[in-house]
Design a protein around this ligand. Structure first.
Ligand SMILES: Nc1ncnc2c1ncn2[C@@H]1O[C@H](COP(=O)(O)OP(=O)(O)OP(=O)(O)O)[C@@H](O)[C@H]1O
Ligand SMILES: [Mg+2]
Length: 1219
C-alpha cells in the first residue's frame, strides 16, 4: 500500500506525484514529491487521487495503452510527450494536439507528408496528417464523406492544424497543389486578414467559425471546395479592449498599403491613432513593435494581394474592398453632439469630424448631406395617410446617432466579409454531384471569461451541440468495435447534454426564443429578458442564478443581470447586458436605404442587395441567434452524414510561449473537450486492446521455439490460461484481446519478470498445452466409447421404433374406420332420442316414426359397409358419416321444428284461453259493476219518481180540494161552460176529421144547439187565436201530422202537437160516442190490473183521470221531459198484459201493448196516432199512479226486445238535420 504511486490534484500543475502513506475513511494521506502549498504531505479526498503508472516517465502514443486510464495519467502522458516535442497523442482514434508555439523541425515537411500517406493510424507517431490520411482512406473505403472536427480554446492551434490538414490533403491528392488546391490554400490568408484579429489569447485569433470542404472526384483527386462561415464577431469592428486589435486588414492596409492606394482612400498620412475604431485598442503593427512567427502586417498585406489575385479578385474589386475597409474607418471617426438649435432634442455632426463625414460619404458614394441626415435622424412612417403612410423624419439623440453609425459600419464590414467568402467560393469549383468531400471544421472551442456575453453564449451553445455529436460518435465507434469483436459488452451509458441544448434552443421558450421575443417587444430590456429566463426555468438543472456561481465576481451579478448555464464543460455565468443589441443585426431603414438606393459605389450597393420595400422607422429585426441556430442545425446535419475524426487542440500556456506546460490549465481544457469523460468510458469498457498477432510477435522472442510456433490465437489462449489471469480482466475478441483498464499492465509485468519466473511461466504454459493435449486425447477416447454406447442404444431403440411405427401404420390405416364406426354409434344414441321425440308428436306421428326408422336402417347399412370393407378409404368413410350426419341433422332439425311448432301452438292456445278467461272475468266484473251502478241509479231514479209522484198526487189533491171548496156553483157553471165550449169545438173538429176520413159525425150526443155552438165556437177560436203565434185551425189533419213528423221548428211543432192531439182527442171522443156500447168509463177497478177493452188505446185507468184533471191547467211536466210508464191490464177478464207508454213532453211518443198470448203491438206517434193514447200526460193520471212510471231502460229493453226502432225526438231532428 505504501508503495502505491498516485497523482494528487494540484491547481497549478494539474497533478503532482506522491505515495499513499495512510488510508482514512474518506481521505487518503499522500506524501507528495513536490510541495503542495507549504507541505509535502497532504490529506485529500479519494476522488482527487488517481493511481499513477509505475514508470511515470514512460509515454505512449495512444493514451489507451496506459495501464491506468484517468485524467492524471492522461495529463502526464501529454506532458512527457510535449516535453519531447511530441505534441500529438491519441486517445483511441482521437488526436490531442498541443500547440508548441514553435516550429518543430520537419514536423510538417513534404517528406513527413509523404511518410504518412497510406499508413494506418497508429503505425506512425500521432500526427494531424495521420488523421487527414485516415479520413481520406475512410472516405475511399466507406465511400462516405468525412469530416474532421478541430476544437480547442482560442490560441490552441485549431486554425494552424486546419491549415496543415488542408495542405496534407491538397498536396497528397492534388497535383502538387495545382490551381484548385492552391485556391483552397490561398483562401486562408484572405479569410485571416478579414476575419482574424489579435486578441489577448491569440495574435492571430479567428473571429469566425468555418467549415472548409475539399471535394474529391471519384474519391481520389481534389476537384473543388466550399467554405461555410459562422458568426463573425462584429462588436470588434467598433471597439476592442486595450490590448487587442481590430481585424488584421485595417492594420495591413495601413502598414502595407501602397501610398497611391492610401491616398485614394484618405488614409495617407494617417496613423492608427487617428481612427476611433482602432485607437481604443492596441495601436501597434505586427512586424514592427509586435512580433509573431505567423503574423506580419506588411508581409501579410502582400500575401493578401497575391491570394486575392489567385482567387481571381481583380484590382478593381480589390480597390472596392479596400474602399469599404477605409470607409468603415472614416465613418467611425464621425462624431455627434447635441444640436442646440434642434427643439426636438436632436444632434448634429461635430464640426471637427465633418471632414471624416465627407470622406466617408465620398467613399460610400453618397451625398454628404444625405449621409448626415440618415445618421442623425431616422425615417418614421405613420400608420395612417395614404398608401404607405406619411413618412416623417425623427431626429436622433447623440448616442442614438453614434449607434446608427456603428451599426452601419458593422453592416458594411460584415457584408464585405460575406462577399469575400462568396468570392472565394466562386473561384473554387464546386461540384455537389458525385463528389465526396473531407470537411474540416475550425470553430472556437468552449469559452469562459470573467464577463461572458452573447458571443460566448453562442459559441458555447455551438460546443454543446458538437459535444453531443462527439458523444454519439465516439461511443458508437467504441461500441461498434465491441460488437464487431463479439465481446458482449452491455451498452455503455454516457452523460447526455441534450437537456442543456434543449434549454438553449427549445422552441418556444428556450433561451434563444425568449431572447428573440424580448427583442420584438416595443421596449426590450436586458433585465426583463433575464427575469423571463429565470421565471421560465426556476428549477432547471442546467440553469441557475449568478449567485450560485463558484466565482466571486459572478456572485456579485444581480439576478436580472445574468444567468448561469451548467455546460458539459462547466458552469458559465453570462452577463445579459448586451444580449439584445448583439442579437439584433438590424440597421435603420433610412441608412440601409441610403446605401441601397443612393450609393454611387456600385460595389457597396451590391453588398447591400435590393432595397426592401419596408420603409418604416422600426428596425428591420434580424436575429443573429436564430440565424446561427439554423446554420448550426444545417452544419450538424452535414456532420451526421459524414464519418468523423476529432482533433482536440490544447493551448499549453497563457503566455503563448514555447516549452511551458501549465498542467492546471491544460487539464481544464482536456476536461472541457470531454476527454476525461472519454476516459471514464474507456474505464468502464475494455480500453486496452492488442491484436493477437502483435501480442504473439511481442512475446515470441521471450519464449522457447516450441511455444512460439503456435497459432497466435491459441498461443494467446495458452498464455492467458497458463498465467491464470481472471476471465473478468480480459476478453477474447475475434482478432484481438481486450483488457480491462490496468490489466494489460499486470499481464505485461508477468511477461517481463525475471528469467527464473519466466522459466516457471514457460513450464506452466507447456504444462497447460500438455494438459490441453491430454484432455483432447481423453476427450477422443471418451467420444469413441460414447459412440459405441450410442450404437447399442440405437439398435435397441430401433426395435421400439419399428414396433411403434407398425402400430402407427396400422392405426393410421384403420383409424378412420374405427372413428367412423364410433361416430355412427354416437349417432345411434341421437336416433334413439329422435325416436322418442317422434313418439311424442301429436300430428303426423307415423310419418315422423317412419323417418326415424329409415335413418336407423341407413345407420345399420353404413355400419355394415364399414365393417365388411377393410379397404374403405378415409374419404369414403368420411363421406358416409357426413351423409348420415347430415340426414340425422336434417331429421333432428325437422323433428325439433315440428315438436317446437306443436309446443308453440299449445302454448299459444293455453295463453289464449287464459287471456279469454281473464277477459271474461273482467267483463263479468265490469258488467256486475255496471249493473250495480245501474241498479243504484235506477233505485235512485225510482225513488225520485216516487217522490215526484207523491208530490204531484199531493198537488192534485190540494187542487181538487180547492176547486171543490172555492169553486161552488159559479165554478161548476164555469166548468160546464168550458166543457160545453170545448165540446162544441171538439165536435166541429171531429166533423172535419170525419170529413177527411169519410166518416160521419153523430151530433145526437151534443147537448147544445149547433147554431149557437157554432157561433160560440167561432168566438172562442178567435179568442184563443188572439194570443197565439200559429193559427192552426185551418190546417188539415194530415198537414199537422206531416209537420209533426218533419218540422224542425220547435215552437210550430209544439203548437202542431197541441192542436193535433186536441183534434185526436175530439175524434176519439167522437168515435167513442159513435161506436161505444158502454161509452161511460167506469171508475171501477182501482185495484189490480186495468181493464183494457178491445180497440182501446190505453187501459181504462188512463182515461179515468182526464175529466178530473183540467185540460187548461198548466202542465207540471216540462215539454222536453221523457217519461215512461207501464200498466198491467187484463183483457177479456183473464188475459193479463202490459201496456207501455213513452211520453215526449206532454204527448205520447211510443206505445206498446204486450198482451199475454199475442204478439206485442208497437206504435209510434206520427204513424200510428189513431191507435195511440191521445191524452196529454197530465190528463192520464199516470204520473200520480203508484208504480206506473218506469225507467227509460226498462221501456227501451222491452221496446227493442220486440223489434222497436230507435226513437228520434222531434226536438233532436234539427241537430240531426244539421249533421
Ligand atoms: N502546430 C503548430 N506549430 C507551431 N506553432 C503553432 C502550431 N499551432 C499553433 N501555433 C501557434 O499558435 C498560434 C495560435 O494558433 P491558432 O491561430 O491556430 O489558434 P486557434 O486555435 O485557431 O485560436 P483562435 O480560436 O483564437 O482562432 C499560431 O499563430 C501559431 O503561432
Ligand atoms: Mg483560429
Amino acid at each position: 500500500m505504501s508503495s502505491q504511486k498516485v497523482w494528487v490534484s494540484e491547481p497549478k500543475e494539474g497533478f503532482v506525484l506522491g505515495f499513499i502513506i495512510d488510508l482514512g475513511s474518506d481521505r487518503v494521506t499522500v506524501s507528495t514529491e513536490k510541495k503542495i502549498g507549504s507541505s509535502s504531505t497532504v490529506q485529500v479526498p479519494y476522488e482527487s487521487v488517481y493511481p499513477a503508472e509505475d514508470d511515470s516517465e514512460q509515454d505512449y502514443d495512444d493514451n489507451c495503452s496506459l495501464m491506468y486510464l484517468n485524467e492524471a495519467t492522461l495529463l502526464n502522458n501529454i506532458r512527457i510527450r510535449f516535453n519531447k516535442n511530441q505534441i500529438y497523442t491519441y486517445i483511441a482514434n482521437m488526436l490531442i494536439a498541443v500547440n508548441p508555439y514553435v516550429d518543430i523541425k520537419n514536423l510538417y515537411s513534404r517528406e513527413t507528408i509523404k511518410r504518412y500517406q497510406g499508413k494506418s493510424l497508429g503505425t506512425l507517431p500521432p500526427h494531424v496528417f495521420a488523421i487527414g490520411d485516415k479520413s481520406f482512406r475512410d472516405m475511399k473505403t466507406t465511400k462516405q464523406s468525412q469530416s474532421i472536427i478541430v476544437s480547442g480554446e482560442s490560441g490552441a492551434g485549431k486554425t494552424e492544424s486546419t491549415k496543415y490538414i488542408l495542405r496534407y490533403l491538397c498536396e497528397s491528392w492534388g497535383s502538387a497543389a495545382g490551381p484548385i488546391e492552391q485556391k483552397i490554400l490561398d483562401a486562408n490568408p484572405v479569410l485571416e486578414s478579414f476575419g482574424n484579429a489579435k486578441t489577448t489569447r491569440n495574435n492571430n485569433s479567428s473571429r469566425f467559425g468555418k467549415f472548409i470542404e475539399i471535394h474529391f472526384e471519384q474519391m481520389s483527386k481534389v476537384t473543388g471546395g466550399y467554405i461555410s462561415h459562422y458568426l463573425l464577431e462584429k462588436s470588434r469592428i467598433c471597439s476592442q479592449s486595450s490590448s487587442e486589435r481590430n481585424y488584421h486588414i485595417f492594420y495591413q492596409l495601413m502598414a502595407g498599403g501602397p501610398s497611391p492606394l492610401k491616398q485614394k482612400l484618405g488614409l495617407e498620412g494617417k496613423t492608427l491613432k487617428d481612427f476611433r475604431y482602432l485607437n481604443r485598442g492596441l495601436c501597434e503593427f505586427f512586424g514592427q513593435s509586435l512580433s509573431d512567427p505567423i503574423v506580419h502586417d506588411i508581409k501579410d498585406f502582400q500575401n493578401l494581394e497575391k491570394s486575392l489575385e489567385h482567387l481571381e479578385i481583380l484590382a478593381g474589386d480589390r480597390l472596392s474592398i479596400y474602399t469599404v475597409v477605409a470607409s468603415v474607418l472614416h465613418l467611425g471617426n464621425v462624431d455627434f453632439e447635441d444640436d442646440p438649435d434642434d427643439t426636438r432634442g436632436g444632434c448634429r455632426v461635430k464640426d471637427a469630424t465633418e471632414s471624416s463625414l465627407k470622406l466617408a460619404a465620398s467613399l460610400i458614394g453618397v451625398d454628404i448631406d444625405e449621409l448626415r441626415t440618415s445618421l442623425t435622424s431616422r425615417v418614421m412612417q405613420t400608420a395612417k395617410g395614404g398608401l404607405k403612410g406619411t413618412v416623417i423624419m425623427v431626429p436622433l439623440k447623440t448616442y442614438e446617432a453614434a449607434n446608427a453609425r456603428d451599426a452601419l459600419a458593422k453592416a458594411m464590414y460584415s457584408r464585405l466579409f460575406d462577399y469575400i467568402v462568396s468570392r472565394i467560393n466562386q473561384s473554387i469549383p464546386f461540384k455537389s454531384l458525385n463528389t465526396t468531400y473531407i470537411g474540416v471544421l475550425d470553430i472556437a472551442g468552449f469559452e469562459y471569461f470573467t464577463i461572458n456575453s452573447f458571443e460566448q453564449f453562442c459559441i458555447n451553445y455551438c460546443n454543446e451541440k458538437l459535444q453531443q455529436f462527439f458523444n454519439e460518435r465516439v461511443l458508437s465507434d467504441e461500441q461498434n468495435l465491441y460488437e464487431k469483436e463479439q465481446l458482449g459488452v452491455p451498452k455503455i451509458e454516457y452523460i447526455d447534454n441534450s437537456d442543456c441544448i434543449e434549454l438553449i434552443e427549445r422552441n418556444p421558450r428556450g433561451i434563444l426564443s425568449i431572447l428573440d421575443e424580448e427583442s420584438k417587444l416595443p421596449k426590450p430590456t436586458a433585465g426583463h429578458f433575464t427575469s423571463e429566463i429565470h421565471k421560465q426555468y426556476p428549477n432547471h438543472f442546467r440553469l441557475a442564478l449568478p449567485r450560485k456561481s463558484k466565482i466571486k465576481e459572478h456572485r456579485e451579478i444581480r439576478d436580472d443581470e445574468g444567468f448561469l448555464v451548467r455546460h458539459f464543460a462547466g458552469a458559465v455565468c453570462y452577463s445579459t447586458a448586451q444580449f439584445i443589441e448583439k442579437n439584433n443585426d438590424a440597421l435603420h431603414a433610412s441608412l440601409e436605404g441610403l446605401v441601397q438606393e443612393q450609393s454611387g459605389n456600385q460595389f457597396l450597393k451590391g453588398l447591400f442587395g435590393k432595397a426592401s420595400t419596408q420603409v418604416s422607422g422600426k428596425l428591420v429585426y434580424v436575429s443573429v441567434a436564430s440565424k446561427f441556430r439554423s446554420q448550426l442545425a444545417e452544419l450538424l446535419d452535414k456532420l451526421r452524414g459524414t464519418g468523423t475524426s476529432f482533433i482536440r487542440c490544447i493551448k499549453p500556456n497563457a503566455k503563448m510561449i514555447q516549452g511551458v506546460f501549465e498542467g492546471g490549465q491544460i487539464l481544464s481544457q482536456l476536461q472541457s473537450a470531454g476527454m476525461t469523460s472519454v476516459l471514464e468510458l474507456m474505464q468502464r469498457g475494455y480500453p486496452s486492446r492488442v491484436q493477437f498477432s502483435s501480442l504473439y510477435s511481442t512475446y515470441k522472442g521471450l519464449l522457447p521455439p516450441k511455444l512460439s510456433n503456435l497459432d497466435p490465437r491459441f498461443f494467446c489462449r495458452a498464455l492467458f490460461k497458463a498465467l491464470g489471469l481472471s476471465e473478468e480482466d480480459f476478453k477474447f475478441g475475434l482478432t484481438r484481446v481486450f483488457f480491462r483498464p490496468g490489466k494489460f499492465k499486470e499481464f505485461d509485468q508477468i511477461m517481463r519478470t525475471d528469467p527464473e519466473s519466466l522459466k516457471q511461466m514457460v513450464s506452466r504454459v507447456t504444462k497447460w498445452i500438455l494438459h490441453s493435449k491430454w484432455k483432447k486425447s481423453i476427450y477422443g477416447a471418451v467420444s469413441v466409447i460414447k459412440l459405441k454406447n450410442k450404437i447399442v442404444y440405437r439398435r435397441e431403440n430401433l426395435l421400439v421404433i419399428q414396433k411403434t411405427v407398425r402400430m402407427y401404420l396400422a392405426k393410421k390405416k384403420h383409424r378412420p374406420r374405427i372413428q367412423g364406426l364410433n361416430r355412427i354409434r354416437n349417432l345411434n344414441s341421437q336416433v334413439q332420442s329422435l325416436e322418442q321425440t317422434a313418439q311424442k308428436l301429436k300430428k303426423n306421428k307415423e310419418a315422423g316414426q317412419g323417418d326415424v326408422k329409415k335413418l336407423q336402417a341407413d345407420l345399420i347399412a353404413a355400419t355394415q359397409k364399414i365393417k365388411s370393407n377393410p379397404n374403405l378409404g378415409p374419404k369414403e368413410i368420411e363421406k358416409l358419416c357426413q351423409d348420415l350426419f347430415s340426414k340425422c341433422e336434417m331429421l333432428v332439425k325437422s323433428m325439433s321444428q315440428r315438436a317446437e311448432s306443436e309446443r308453440i301452438a299449445e302454448e299459444q292456445e293455453r295463453a289464449r284461453k287464459v287471456r279469454e278467461e281473464m277477459e271474461r272475468q273482467k267483463r263479468e266484473k265490469e258488467e256486475q259493476e255496471r249493473a250495480r251502478i245501474l241498479e243504484e241509479e235506477n233505485r235512485k231514479k225510482k225513488a225520485e219518481i216516487e217522490a215526484r209522484r207523491k208530490k204531484e198526487e199531493a198537488e192534485m189533491a190540494i187542487k181538487l180540494k180547492t176547486q171543490k171548496t172555492v169553486g161552488g156553483k159559479s165554478e161548476e157553471d164555469h166548468a160546464s161552460i168550458v166543457m160545453l165550449e170545448q165540446d162544441k169545438r171538439d165536435t166541429e173538429l171531429a166533423m172535419r176529421l170525419a170529413a177527411e176520413n169519410n166518416a160521419t159525425v153523430d151530433y145526437s150526443s151534443d147537448s147544445g144547439s149547433t147554431g149557437s155552438g157554432s157561433l160560440r165556437r167561432n168566438n172562442a177560436v178567435i179568442n184563443s187565436r188572439a194570443g197565439k203565434k200559429h193559427d192552426l185551425s185551418g190546417w188539415k189533419y194530415s198537414e199537422l201530422r206531416d209537420t209533426i213528423n218533419t218540422s224542425c221548428d220547435v215552437e210550430l211543432l209544439e203548437a202542431c202537437r197541441e192542436e193535433f192531439h186536441r183534434r185526436l182527442k175530439v175524434y176519439h171522443a167522437w168515435k167513442a160516442r159513435n161506436s161505444s156500447r158502454n161509452s161511460g168509463i167506469s171508475a171501477a177497478a182501482s185495484r189490480g190490473p186495468d181493464i183494457m177493452e178491445e180497440q182501446q188505446r190505453a187501459p181504462k185507468s188512463v182515461y179515468q183521470h182526464q175529466h178530473i184533471y183540467p185540460t187548461s191547467a198548466p202542465s207540471p211536466t216540462p215539454s222536453d221531459s221523457q217519461r215512461y210508464f207501464r200498466i198491467p191490464f187484463t183483457k177479456d177478464g183473464q188475459n193479463k198484459g202490459l201496456w207501455y207508454a213513452h211520453f215526449d213532453g206532454q204527448f205520447i211518443a211510443r206505445q206498446m201493448e204486450i198482451p199475454p198470448s199475442r204478439e206485442a203491438t208497437l206504435l209510434i206517434a206520427g204513424r200510428d196516432d189513431m191507435q195511440m193514447c191521445e191524452l196529454k200526460l197530465n190528463e192520464t193520471g199516470l204520473t200520480r199512479k203508484r208504480g206506473a212510471e218506469i225507467l227509460e231502460y226498462e221501456f227501451e229493453k222491452e221496446w227493442s226486445k220486440h223489434g222497436g226502432e230507435r226513437y228520434i225526438r222531434p226536438a233532436e231532428r234539427a241537430s240531426l238535420a244539421n249533421k
